[in-house]
Design a protein around this ligand. Structure first.
Ligand code: 4AD
Ligand code: MG
Length: 479
């Protein structure tokens, strides 16, 4: 018999036909005459109901059909009267492929907390919530490639092991084959990295941007999409030590072109999810309502989906850092004086409560902030004529904060070299980068989207550890 995936089967009208399905048991209920097994094979959030006529089957076999067991079922497709689906399968033959001892299997047919499931991260794929999240993650990754491919951008692979620190923040994981207990030393007692595998100090990349610029200044428009690594000791619901970033880089784009592309891109991803992942989104929307907000889910409880549609249908607000600071200063100081530190003056970086105020209270929409003070941004950003700000743009999303960071790049050789010196960026080791400004330099821009932050927004999940299969955070690198 031909194996058919449950997603396809649930749409079938081929009643009376014989098919085979394989999957994992979610629940079994019933009585001495008839059993109902909810089977899931990962192709959809929806389970297939298997109807088992008990007297026709071996008792020992039926005992092994417990939550988590893998089974193969041959059966006849019938129209359903009450399972919530149009279709169910009347079993004619059942084989238990792999048992899951109910005494030992950690996932029971009840709701487990996300914290509990994080402890059981190797099994959490088998829950509705995580299978929905990871199906959407796949769809989002596919949509990234589709968007850029349609626009004629080239997908460029940049190295994971590099000698540079693109962001200049010093948050790098060192890559070395030296014996940490007994490294070769220079005469002054410092470690001799000439003896290391690459003959110099290397680290895991924090961003593919600098290499991406090399590609853009020849191929025109490129994007990277790969893992990036930051040894940032921030234990928050928004930070990972290993996260995936999408970094488009475009020759002949100025800051406005850059913002337009970023807004179009984010909306494309959201639209793709709405067009292709609706049953998973509906499930997650209900989950959000019931589990996070403690309300009963009903037809009107599609807040997550409404929020996605709202972002799709509205222009992002665009304003400068300086305008944002004025808004924050003039905002009514709340009782805890959250915004007080801004009184210290123009030039401070925004903290998450300031971002939240702008996107969630003041505008209630995504906000693109531009023209930040140069001293809180990276060396490669284009310096504005005021001598104080750079052509940066960050996109802030409701509930998330910063989701995109980007800029127009400094294209002028002398200005770039001066800025590198001021910021202690080792120009002598980055000749390859500086050559883009020596030969055929031109206006160019790019940005980075944190893939997991986008996943948080689209799925409504609250913790970044729950939207990546194997999270890496401080003191946590299981598997
Ligand atoms: O703002 P960032 O540091 O910008 C860059 O890396 C630039 N090189 C991008 C570019 O212009 N090509 O990071 C970009 C985005 C952030 O806005 C955020 O969404 C995400 O990457 N991000 C993180 N996501 C999860 N965990 C972390 N520790 C993150 N750090 C940054
Ligand atoms: Mg940033």
């Amino acid at each position: 018999l031909k194996r058919i995936k449950i997603k396809e089967l649930l749409l079938s009208k081929d009643f009376g036909s014989e098919v085979n399905v394989k999957g994992w048991v979610r629940t079994k209920r019933g009585n001495k005459q008839i059993n109902f097994v909810a089977l899931n094979d990962g192709s959809t959030i929806n389970n297939l109901q298997i109807v088992v006529d008990v007297p026709n089957f071996n008792e020992d076999l039926l005992k092994k059909i417990t939550t988590g067991a893998a089974i193969s079922v041959n059966g006849k497709l019938i129209e359903s009267t009450g399972s919530g689906q149009n279709v169910e399968l009347e079993a004619t033959e059942i084989e238990v492929l792999g048992v899951a001892d109910p005494e030992k299997y950690p996932l029971q047919p009840k709701k487990h907390s996300l914290e509990f499931l994080r402890e059981k991260a190797h099994l959490r794929f088998r829950t509705n919530t995580f299978s929905a999240v990871f199906r959407i993650r796949h769809a989002m990754a596919f949509a990234v490639h589709e968007f850029f491919n349609k626009k004629g951008f080239y997908y460029m692979h940049t190295p994971l092991i590099t000698g540079s620190d693109a962001e200049g923040a010093g948050e790098m994981f060192r890559v070395s084959t030296l014996d940490p207990k007994n490294p070769p030393l220079n005469e002054d007692g410092s470690i001799n990295y000439k003896e290391d595998f690459f003959g110099k100090e290397t680290n895991l990349t924090v961003s593919g941007q600098l290499e991406g610029e090399l590609g853009a200044m020849a191929l025109g428009e490129i994007y990277t999409f790969g893992p990036t690594f930051r040894a940032e000791n921030s234990n928050t619901t928004r930070h990972l030590a290993e996260f995936w970033m999408i970094e488009p880089e475009m020759a002949f784009y100025d800051l406005k072109d850059n913002m337009d592309l970023a807004e179009e891109f984010l909306k494309y991803l959201i639209k793709y999810a709405l067009d292709n992942c609706m049953s998973d989104l509906e499930f997650l929307s209900k989950r959000l309502q019931e589990e996070e907000k403690g309300k009963k889910a009903d037809e009107k409880s599609m807040e997550l989906i409404e929020k996605l549609r709202f972002v799709l249908e509205n222009d992002f607000v665009r304003l400068t850092y300086t305008e944002a600071i004025d808004i924050l200063r003039n905002s009514k100081p709340n009782k805890k004086k959250k915004f007080q530190y801004l009184i210290e003056g123009w030039g401070a970086d925004l903290q998450s409560e300031h971002e939240r105020y702008l996107v969630e209270k003041k505008f209630e929409k995504p906000v693109i902030l531009t023209d930040y003070p140069k001293d809180i941004k990276a060396f490669y950003m284009k310096q504005n004529d005021d001598g104080k700000t750079v052509g940066a743009m960050d996109i802030l999303f409701p509930g998330i904060g910063e989701i995109v960071g980007g800029s127009q790049r400094e294209e002028d050789l002398d200005k770039l070299l001066t800025r590198m010196k001021e910021m202690d960026v080792p120009a002598e080791e980055m000749d390859w980068y500086i050559d883009t400004r020596r030969f055929g330099s031109a206006t160019h821009s790019g940005f980075g989207l944190g893939f997991e932050r986008m996943m948080l927004f689209v799925t409504g999940m609250g913790n970044i550890r729950d939207v990546i299969p194997f999270p890496r955070t401080p003191k946590n690198a299981e598997f």
